[in-house]
Design a protein around this ligand. Structure first.
Ligand code: FES
Length: 174
């Protein structure tokens, strides 16, 4: 009988260890899975982003708009020189920013309204704040406009990355 109890406790303990190991492994697997999922939209940190020269600072008056493609030819983007400082801005007064031109709702090309410093989508009128990292102000879109990371090198503005996921892509670098 004593043997039965000890066997039973032993089996229970073994089962407990088994459950604990299983739960630990499950939690670890879940954490790893969540980590991978969190990394997906952040394709922003992808080290394979190209460095693309866009324009010379000297050529960018306040209100200037320069359309370019980044990170590849299927991804239209726009460089803007705003009237004042902007989140993520570079150059004079940190006023130069760039965004994907594709609305995050259904991919229509947005248009820049310089007097309001907004990027407006003509399809369903989502408005994105050009001075605040493309934050959605109003409209059908639920995500900010992807912001192109910029750098200044020898008086030229360069695109070096993307924050946020470009519309229609599962990853920014295809
Ligand atoms: S596609 Fe831009 S708001 Fe719908």
């Amino acid at each position: 009988m004593a043997d039965d109890k000890s066997t039973s406790r032993g089996a229970g303990a073994a089962a407990g260890i088994g459950r604990r190991s299983f739960l630990k492994a499950g939690a670890f697997g879940l954490a790893a899975g969540l980590g991978a999922a969190a990394a997906r939209p952040g394709a922003a940190a992808n080290p394979t982003f190209p460095v693309t020269e866009i324009a010379a600072i000297a050529d960018l008056e306040v209100g200037a708009e320069v359309v370019f493609e980044y990170p590849d030819e299927n991804s239209p983007a726009v460089l803007l020189r705003l009237a004042g400082p902007a989140e993520g801005g570079v150059g004079p007064n940190e006023s130069i920013v760039a965004y994907s031109l594709l609305c995050t709702h259904k991919g229509c090309p947005v248009q820049f309204l310089a007097d309001r410093q907004m990027l407006i989508c003509p399809c369903h009128f989502s408005s994105f704040d050009a001075a605040k990292s493309g934050r959605i102000v109003i409209g059908q879109a639920t995500e900010a406009l992807p912001q192109i990371s910029l750098k200044v090198q020898d008086g030229k503005v360069q695109a070096v990355g993307v924050k946020g996921l470009i519309y229609g892509r599962h990853t920014n670098i295809l």
